[in-house]
Ligand binder design. Sequence first.
Ligand code: AHR
Length: 500
Amino acid sequence: RPARFTLDPAFTVAEVNPRLFGSFVEHLGRCVYTGIYEPGHPAADADGLRTDVLELVRELGVTAIRYPGGNFVSGYKWEDSVGPVDQRPRRLDLAWRSTETNRFGLSEYIAFLKKIGPQAEPMMAVNLGTRGVAEALELQEYANHPSGTALSDLRVEHGDKDPFGIRLWCLGNEMDGPWQTGHKTAEEYGRLAAETARAMRQIDPGLELVACGSSGQSMETFAEWEATVLKETYDLVDYISLHAYYEPLDGDVDSFLASAVDMESFIENVVATCDHIGARLKSKKKINLSFDEWNVWYLSKTDAEVSALDWPEAPRLLEDNYSVTDAVVFGSLLIALLRHADRVTVACLAQLVNVIAPIMTEPGGPAWRQTTFFPFAQASRYGRGEVLDVRVDSPTYETKKYGEADLLHATAVRAEDGTVTVFAVNRDRTEALPLEVALNGLDLTRVVEHSALADADPDARNTLTDPERVVPHPVAGTEVRDGRLTAVLEPLSWNVIRLA
Ligand code: AHR
């Protein structure tokens, strides 16, 4: 039987915040060095930024870019990363058993964002692992104060006359994780985050601050962590963070395809926890969600990869090569975020280049798009406007991890001009899925485009030697007639159906 849903402009979720299409640049592996930054590369500009990568970043449509970590930030000394490049120290990066040269730092990050264009916004993390309130304030003064103080004048002396104007700040990273340098209990972190937030707001009450939530829903401390941290920080922060990565374990592809079931329940559980604390505090304020790390990541391989390292510079790390199946799961994760656009108002795809990334590069060589590039670029381009409330009536399938799951996962976004884009995933690995959508009260008469990412080989990937093996293709036969959209979703596919 077909999968069905109804679209009606009277039933909406929320306006999509452009920050939902954020990403993440960490000093990890080759994300920075030989990723976005490679002086001497034939495509490098005068600042050493790879213009081929910049072009792909623009095409991807990313907005807020979180920096400089990740686990890296918990040992980060911001002052190492500013001033004359030849005087910057080399440091041990404990998170990734690598040597950090600091040739790329704060000023280079801001220059990178400017070159992407006005849509790119900084999202800076402070180190609350090995450091605390004082260093966060110093970084804030260096970055944001116009001039006339020691640290703001130092920035000017370093060549950056204009302040960086960083509005969005993360108070540490994954402080609930025992792997984190300076890992803390929820009570310890909650106090430190509150003190840091209060002090940073003394300089600038207008900042937007993200407190660390859990590194995943499966963490033992999940939910209690959020509740404890929010009790300390509720009035002082704007967001709580969520991180989630998915991979097929023990060959269980069917559960992997339903990963968004976990992501949606994670979001809903964090919303419930935030609102519970808000209710206890009798607060009118709502805490929003910053899903500032999400992706498909073959994480189970990573520990061995990292522990084998002997402090190299920019090693090849976490360079997952994504298949069509991975891209379909990835698309479904994007759908999950859009479906919760009322509370998820920041999200960062981890990461941007080379490290679990949609863009890959070869040192001295080309840059190319992974399979996951396409769902992100299409969602960022067409997923702007108001999310319509989509309640699917779908055939289901059985999964080991999540029980019965819908074969269809979908959302729809209505743009300001009234056009609507449906994003839909068919999780069925072998059968096509007919789709029927009732278009109530929407003046839609034609299909502008139905694009799908699917392949006879679900394991197909783009590689250095075959960089365009997988690209989206047009789908014929999709129609709007008498206020009803009909389409057929190919087996294991990500679909973008644009209606006008
Ligand atoms: O994105 C890779 C790593 O995943 C980040 O450094 C960390 O925050 C998370 O565990």
